[in-house]
Design a protein around this ligand. Structure first.
Ligand SMILES: [Zn+2]
Length: 347
């Protein structure tokens, strides 16, 4: 009987504390926005922007035990046209619908530029924007403070009336507009570390002083824009900041760009929300990119962005996949980014 009382004491004093500690450790959640429909945007055989880019990462995240406690997987719908219309003209939205839906198990190039489409591409592109809406709703309604959208097609090259560079709708630009329209968020920072300059995003906000666009990318490279001299126009002057890096540049240049240029700029701008165009094609040995960031570089960059979010935006950050053409690199970079989110906030 004596031992039974000892047992009760043990239960009362030790186990609850352990449970408490464990539940505190596991209470930090990140919303992952993914839908199997993203795999239906068919770009044909051997196209670099293909479903394997994300399916490899998703399979890993779903089975990896240490992520189970921290990732939530909300479902979401196609973005309504009026939300896509916050960035894109109705004429362009209808063009994408018409050119995509007339294809029957074949592929074609979107008439506005170098973007392969197929029968389901319009529908999948709407779902990709749907991921933005859900991620922002999850954050702004307080369910999580961080999200990562593994969506395709990507978006940062898409202009108001023109898809290009594998992009149909500019997901991240629509996300910024949606934040402002639905939640009245004043100042949005978009950080773009894809190896390519996000010409579409820059163009959409070029004269806007409420959305700060920061890009660090390879130059000379596709699409050719993104020189440091491009700083915005009119009211938007000073709210675009470009760093172009030569072929071969790596973590040192990446992190220096963030610490020496982005941080001081944000001490002035003070963003209310941070969106990240997380292209992973600046990773060493990417199929298209020629920079050489490592997984450690992505981890350090995430640390810097999360510190900015802690200082200015109540930890609110959404990462959105752009490019990244080696499935194993994508998986490893995504793992580094998510691990940093978890270790920074769950302790
Ligand atoms: Zn890219």
């Amino acid at each position: 009987m004596k031992y039974f009382y000892y047992f009760l004491i043990m239960v009362a004093f030790f186990q609850p504390q352990e449970i408490l500690a464990e539940s505190k450790k596991n209470s930090f959640k990140i919303a992952v926005l993914y839908d199997d429909e993203f795999l239906l945007h068919n770009t044909g055989l051997n196209h670099p922007e293909n479903p394997n880019r994300i399916s490899h990462t998703i399979n890993f995240l779903k089975k990896e035990y240490r992520f189970k406690a921290h990732l939530i997987w909300p479902s979401f719908d196609y973005a309504p046209i009026d939300i896509i219309n916050l960035v894109h003209s109705e004429t362009y939205i209808n063009l994408v619908k018409r050119e995509s839906e007339r294809l029957n198990k074949t592929i074609a190039t979107l008439s506005t530029g170098d973007t392969v489409i197929s029968e389901k591409s319009y529908q999948v592109a709407r779902k990709s924007v749907g991921a933005m809406i859900e991620g922002i709703d999850q954050i702004m309604q307080g369910h999580v403070s961080q999200a990562f959208a593994f969506s395709r097609p990507p978006g940062h090259h898409a202009l108001r009336d023109k898809g290009m560079g594998f992009c149909i709708f500019n997901n991240i630009a629509i996300a910024a507009k949606y934040l402002q329209k639905k939640y009245g968020v004043n100042r949005v920072l978009i950080v773009d570390f894809d190896v390519h300059h996000g010409n579409g995003t820059q163009d959409i906000f070029y004269s806007d002083n409420s959305v700060f666009y920061f890009s660090i990318h390879q130059h000379p490279f596709y699409p050719g824009t993104g020189r440091p001299s491009e700083r915005g126009v009119g009211d938007g002057y000073g709210f675009t900041l470009n760093i172009d890096l030569p072929k071969g540049a790596g973590d040192k240049e990446f992190i220096a760009g963030l610490t020496e240029q982005l941080i001081p700029a944000m001490d002035q701008f003070k963003p209310d929300f941070i969106l990240v165009s997380a292209g992973l094609d600046a990773h060493d040995n990417d199929l298209l990119g020629q920079l050489s960031y490592s997984n450690i570089g992505y981890s350090k960059a995430t640390d810097i962005l999360l510190s900015l979010a802690k200082k200015y935006s109540m930890n609110r950050v959404m990462f959105v996949l752009e490019g990244g053409y080696e499935p194993i690199n994508n998986k490893e970079s995504a793992e580094s980014i998510l691990n940093m989110m978890i270790s920074k906030y769950s302790n």
